[in-house]
Design a protein. Structure first.
Length: 193
């Protein structure tokens, strides 16, 4: 027979879940996974709680509503992409390095993980319908342009930012993605014009 104290202790997983100071952060990460799998329309508190293996009440404890959860998730997504972009631009020492860093961002895995790409398109779609969400995409664009301005003029950074979005989108959705050499040529045309 177990003592009351040992019965209250529960399994290690139950004890961890009771003391879960990072639960809100974990719920945001899980929400991004759910958004990528089911879209914004298919994302619910119930679905996120189930995927995170937490009680449904955790959702309402940490988030006032679905809008707050979506804003937190999309802010995280944009921040992660902007951080990766910043890092790539910080490592570039010359203009040629910066061009190659941009080619790597457009063609590599950093911005092109399938789940992140789908979640990004969900963000764009939601921002197109709800102007208040545009503050997230706007902040993301501002950070991208600031990173580009370390190596290029203000106007060139704006053109490059739009080109990067377009190239990334085309490569992600095309059945015959633009080859790396064409991506590089497009970037060089803007940076050397």
């Amino acid at each position: 027979m177990t003592s009351p104290a040992s019965a209250d202790a529960g399994t290690p997983q139950q004890r961890r879940r009771r003391h879960d100071p990072d639960r809100r952060e974990r719920l945001i990460d899980v929400a991004l996974e759910v958004i990528a799998e089911h879209g914004v329309a298919g994302t619910s508190h119930r679905r996120v709680a189930a995927a995170a293996e937490v009680p449904l009440g955790s959702m309402t404890y940490h988030f006032a509503g679905m809008d707050e959860l979506l804003e937190a998730a999309f802010t995280r997504l944009a921040g992660q992409a902007a951080d990766a972009f910043d890092q790539a631009m910080l490592q570039a020492r010359t203009t040629d390095d910066a061009v190659e860093a941009i080619v790597g961002l457009v063609t590599g895995d950093v911005l092109n993980k399938p789940e992140a790409m789908v979640a990004t398109y969900e963000l764009y779609s939601l921002a197109a319908r709800r102007p208040e969400i545009r503050s997230i995409t706007n902040a993301w664009m501002e950070r991208s342009r600031a990173a580009l301005e370390r190596h290029f003029t203000h106007d060139t950074a704006h053109m490059l930012d739009a080109l990067i979005e377009g190239l990334t989108l085309h490569r992600a959705l095309s059945l015959d993605p633009m080859p790396l050499s064409t991506v590089r040529a497009a970037i060089r045309r803007i940076t050397t014009a």
